[in-house]
Structures are given as C-alpha cells and as structure tokens.
Design a protein around this ligand. Structure first.
Ligand code: THU
Length: 129
C-alpha cells in the first residue's frame, strides 16, 4: 500500500468525531518528502469542527512548509470521500494543483487533481485592481 495512504489511515485513528461518527485521516506530502498528518476534530458547537485536511495543511504551514506534492485522504463509507469545499479552497491557496488520493481504507482508491475538484477557483489574482 502507498505509504501516504498508510499515514492517513494511522492519522484517522486519532479522529475526534463523537458527533458525526465519520472519521477522517489525511496525510500531506511536502516537496521534501516529509509527511504532515491530520484527523478531523469535532466540537459540541458543531460549527467549530475542523476537517482532517485542514489540520494537516495548517500543521505544515505553521512549520514553514510551502511546497506540496500529494494529499491522501482516508474515510470509510459508501465510497472514498473527497475534501469539502472549504478545504478545497484552502488547499488551492497554499498547495496549488495538488494530486489527491482518496482511499476507503480497504481497497478502493481514486486519484484526482485539485483542479478537477475546484474548477475556476477564486484566488488572489482577483484582488488586483
Ligand atoms: N470532514 C473532514 O474531516 N474532511 C472533509 O473534507 C469532509 C468532512 C469531517 C468533518 C466532520 O467531522 C465529519 O467529517 C462529518 O462531516
């Protein structure tokens, strides 16, 4: 198995998901080959929940990492789940057209690019006058 998927699977074990029961693990590989992991962290207010992908990305950014290669996401459900819209937007900003590997942790794998999931993104270029 892809070691990045294995890392996301291990991260998923730490998910704090008592409300949804939907556990997510993410592993983000940077340009140097280092791996930054994350799991979803829920809260009783629900709205303060942070997705696994964002935890992984923010861990890397906060350590100064700015170049990324791949992101693996592991969920267990009817089909491997793609990142939510908010995560797509943030990943686009900092990781660009990332390769995204979706896994159901058993055998089903899908490989996509972020540009497939987020066509015509809003980005900083629109802020210029
Ligand atoms: N979740 C993620 O961690 N990543 C996503 O991209 C989709 C949703 C989490 C948030 C919440 O804890 C649970 O999955 C159900 O939405």
């Amino acid at each position: 198995m892809d070691s990045l998927i294995a890392a996301a699977m291990r991260a998923r074990e730490h998910a704090c998901a008592p409300y949804s029961g939907f556990r997510v693990g993410a592993a983000l590989e940077d340009a140097d080959g280092r791996v930054w992991t994350g799991c979803n962290v829920e809260n009783a207010t629900y709205g303060l929940t942070v997705c696994a992908e964002r935890v992984a990305l923010l861990k890397a950014l906060s350590e100064g990492v700015r170049e990324f290669r791949r992101l693996a996401i592991v969920t267990k459900g009817a089909a491997p789940a793609p990142p939510c819209g908010a995560c797509r937007q943030l990943l686009w900003e900092y990781a660009g057209d990332l390769e995204i590997v979706l896994s159901d942790g058993v055998g089903a794998i899908q490989i996509l690019r972020l540009s497939d999931l987020l066509p015509r993104p809003f980005d900083a270029s629109y802020l210029r006058r």
